[in-house]
Design a protein around this ligand. Sequence first.
Ligand SMILES: Nc1ncnc2c1ncn2[C@@H]1O[C@H](COP(=O)(O)OP(=O)(O)OP(=O)(O)O)[C@@H](O)[C@H]1O
Ligand SMILES: [Mg+2]
Length: 300
Amino acid sequence: MNQAETLKQWKMQKTAERPTTVMKQMSRKNTSHYAPVVLSIGSGKGGVGKTNVVANLAVAFSRLGKKVMVLDADLGLANVDVLFGLAPKFTIQHVFSGEKELKDVVLNGPEGIQVLPASSGIPELTRLHPSEKLFLLGEMEQLNHYIDYLLIDTAAGISDNVLYFNIVAQERIIVVTPEPTSITDAYALIKVLANRHDIKHFSILVNWAATENEAYRVYQQLTFVSDKFLGGLSLRFLGHIPRDEAVPRAVNKQKTVLQLFPESNASKSLMNIAQNLLDGGNNAYVDGNIKFFWRNLFGV
Ligand SMILES: Nc1ncnc2c1ncn2[C@@H]1O[C@H](COP(=O)(O)OP(=O)(O)OP(=O)(O)O)[C@@H](O)[C@H]1O
Ligand SMILES: [Mg+2]
């Protein structure tokens, strides 16, 4: 099927049946809230706890009364689907190729959380015809009616794919641990986003620190090198999550720590961080006009 035919088929599908299953399950109450807040969660180094942060923040936001979608943009093995006990059959790639509609790809996770598996397919996006991108944009923008927060779990490192999501997000959470390599790699991510993409605001979340003081020192180190070598950036300390055995215990059961051990220290910190994020809405750390997230993502 050529691109024109694919587009035609999508258009026919669009006017036929909709919205169904998943869309129906999404509350329509908040329709005045058209623009979700888009948060990307990145790190320089891998294995620092990004996916756990994403999955738990999703649960925390949900418990704080927000409608949440997780965009799983990480190719890693222990991804969000695993933590939510889900087994996606399709990814966003199937939407781009015209094989599936968005509603068939979005999964229902725990506590009302929606999961959009996107670990493959993003590179294909760039190869779509502009009219196809516009059509998809319309599909995606419909999601804005149903969600308050879109959390993006990105892969580690500074590949184009990772940068892409960090660029289109409105707030970037950089997860870092006290390990020196984690700090230098977090700095490398901040540096490339600042120098190449003129991104000025970052929220720093320190995972795995023994105490809040240790976490704050990690944040200060990052601020120090950023001020010295980059300048003009603002890094805020979003909070810290202590090292807590409850986290891997929950992971082993394919659950988030907030679901299994809500009273654990890690869970309490995660709830505080979620509250900080809600309280900090519309502050200097939120870049750009949130309405245009999908537009930026599709490059149209
Ligand atoms: N605060 C914590 N205390 C104890 N263990 C933790 C904590 N945070 C994460 N972990 C453990 O660290 C491991 C890596 O976490 P996770 O998969 O979330 O990292 P990631 O940054 O997403 O990794 P990747 O870069 O591979 O995607 C997991 O086994 C998890 O249980
Ligand atoms: Mg991960």
